[in-house]
Write a protein that binds this ligand. Sequence first.
Ligand code: FAD
Length: 440
Amino acid sequence: MIDYYTIIEELKNIKTIENVEEIKKLSQDYYYFSPILIPILQNKQADLVVIPTNEEEVLKIAQICIKYKIPLTIRGAGTGNYGQCIPLNGGIVLDMTEMKKIHWIKSGVACVDAGIKISLLERETKKQGWELRMIPSTYKIATLGGFIGGGSGGIGSINYGQLRDRGNLNKVRVVTLEKEPRIIELFGDETQQVNHAYGTNGIITQLEIPLAPAYNWVDVIVTFDNFISALKFGQALADSDGITKKLISIHAQPIANYFIALKSYLPNGENCALLSMAEISLYPLQELVKEYQGKITYQQDLSKNSNINLIEFTWNHTTFHARNIDSNITYLQTFFFTIDKVEKMYNYFGDEVMIHLEFLRVGGKAIPAGLQLVKFTTEKRLNEIIKYHEENGMFIANPHTYILEDGGRKNIDIEQLNFKKKVDPYGLMNQGKMKAWKNN
Ligand code: FAD
């Protein structure tokens, strides 16, 4: 039995949270988008939350975890969707949000502490004409370390692919949980060892991330009489190399009915495209919209403050809005690869699986990926839906599991496993999340 009073004493001046209600809050994320994860994760809770402000404090915490063999789960803003930062066996939740220093921004690269909020980082990079290559729709509160640890891509992925793609992360500094904790630096491909590893194999304290040139982005809503036109328009815009955009989010009717704040632009839940366009590309966009018989119902006026932020209706925010109206709705994450597969699933499932697409670049090609909304009935039916997609050549990154390998990647990542053997030999980090470790 670990005596947490002793631990708090040993932590000396490092901030801790002992209040049970606060610990409960800081032990949760957005796992409840999945009806499958709710019964498994809802009562899981840490014993103590520790909030470091710098790398030295992280090292000290790591030493104490080793000394007392305390399970450690890292938390950014806790916006993950699969219970990634929920501690399965109690122990310490390491809240990284006070580690938020910007070390430098220069020549299209930023070096920052892992706990910095993505929105705060972008506010600074934009002063120098740069922005992040991709951001999650939770960018206002999510941390960069959490995005790397648990995210995949987002607004900007139509240009730069996913976080896992070579070149999207330059360098990380990682605190280990070895017998004698230390700091390791990983460069280029080496960063894949901790990239999207759910914090199972090292505490990322600092990152160097390449940036993209910043544009004046304009939110635009386009409606279509039928879904297939919206789908084809999405692919055509994604393939239009001369048109600068960073978001192509396509929604089949009746999804827009869940977007209450957009009601005046989508009064009947129309099939629609939610776009973020460079101001310089608005004219060619209008021409493309005309070609596909769409109608622009909203275009942001950059000279005025707008209380609409279209980003917050896309990616998994779509699920968020739908669930606010119907909590029975859950979702899937699907690589369709081609629009004919989307059309097939649209015709086959109808309203049971409502099509929400985000276009992104994979292996150099723009493809439709789905975050479809599913009217949940039973686990058996959900699995049938997943199976049908897979049997028809689509790849599902299952959002209804907290196990790293069963979600996105499907395979055991030997590199990540070997790195865990090296840096977390006692298996203290985010216990129960890496299947390969359990089977080892
Ligand atoms: P957390 O949820 O706190 O952590 C995520 C994982 O990273 C955990 O396993 C944690 O242990 C690990 N981790 C955190 N910090 C570190 C660190 N310093 N070192 C090592 N491991 C660490 N995701 C997307 O990719 N794209 C989207 O567009 C998107 N949209 C979303 C919309 C909604 C409404 C919601 C609820 C979620 C969405 N997500 C999306 C998921 C999530 O918001 C993002 O991935 C986000 O970037 C996670 O950041 P966070 O700080 O909240 O991380």
